[in-house]
Design a protein around this ligand. Structure first.
Ligand code: ZN
Length: 257
């Protein structure tokens, strides 16, 4: 099942995507908290503007260097334990929203990633029960000011600018982690390509590790790392991240005005 958050006229609502009918089954409330209770209304997909499918209430957790070839292109090895960092929830934007290049950076790069949406309060979750706390999966772009990341030595500023966490287009409640693929392209040219099975630390391992540090709350999002091929974004680009079964997250890029 795929869940969208969307605006239609004056209304913002959640809906279940009906891919055969090309429309949305409108829900009374956020299904993460209120279940799948339809209003009886349907909205054609072409009339809806899809929004970030989740607004993280407390945090966006991310994992650095979780694909071996990306760790190598960054000049190192994949860490033995998941390398955690946080992005502020104010960095989140939705599909189609512009990534704004901040004047402080001369090198902003894309990092296409699979994102896990947490659906329940989670603390000290065992790997074997990690699936109990997963609401679903979406696509993320862990946009990074690479020059500032190197200069600062830690990553808060480089990964924390407003608009640096596009999420969407929908949340899927299932994802083929063994056979799935991820691809990032810029202006139609493929830059990154990876297999989800190549993550160094698996999603259950990341949830167990992160929840041993801090409590995960419903609506928190975990970005699971990017495959090799990260590269620059410039004013006027369109960056697209595609994950099999999740669709494509597309965002234009523009300079700060
Ligand atoms: Zn990343």
């Amino acid at each position: 099942m795929k869940i969208a958050r969307f605006s239609h006229g004056e209304t913002i609502a959640f809906g279940i995507v009906d891919e055969e009918e090309h429309d949305l089954v409108v829900l009374k409330s956020d299904p993460m908290f209120a279940g799948y209770d339809p209003t009886g209304e349907r909205v054609p997909l072409r009339e809806a503007k899809l929004l970030a499918p989740v607004i993280p209430r407390s945090k966006v957790v991310a994992v650095g260097k979780n694909y071996r070839e990306h760790a190598e292109e960054m000049g190192g090895e994949a860490p033995a334990e998941p390398l955690l960092f946080l992005k502020p929830n104010t960095s989140v934007i939705g599909p189609g929203d512009a990534i704004v290049l901040p004047p402080q950076s001369e090198r902003v790069e894309h990092e296409g990633e699979v994102a896990v949406v947490i659906g329940r309060i989670a603390k000290n979750v065992a790997e074997t029960s990690a699936s109990d706390v997963i609401f679903g999966y979406t696509i993320a772009n862990d946009v990074t000011a690479r020059d500032l990341q190197k200069r600062d030595g830690q990553w808060t500023r480089a990964k924390g600018f407003d608009t640096f966490c596009p999420l969407g287009p929908v949340i899927a409640t299932d994802l083929d982690l063994d056979g799935g693929t991820i691809e990032t392209s810029v202006n139609g040219t493929r830059r990154q390509e990876g297999r989800l099975a190549d993550m160094v630390h698996t999603i259950p391992a990341i949830i167990a590790y992160a929840s041993s540090v801090f409590t995960l709350l419903p609506g928190d999002v975990i970005l699971t790392g990017t495959p090799a091929g990260v590269g620059p974004l410039v004013d006027g680009d369109t960056v697209e991240v595609s994950v099999s079964g999740l669709g494509t997250l597309a965002n234009p890029v523009r300079a700060a005005s």
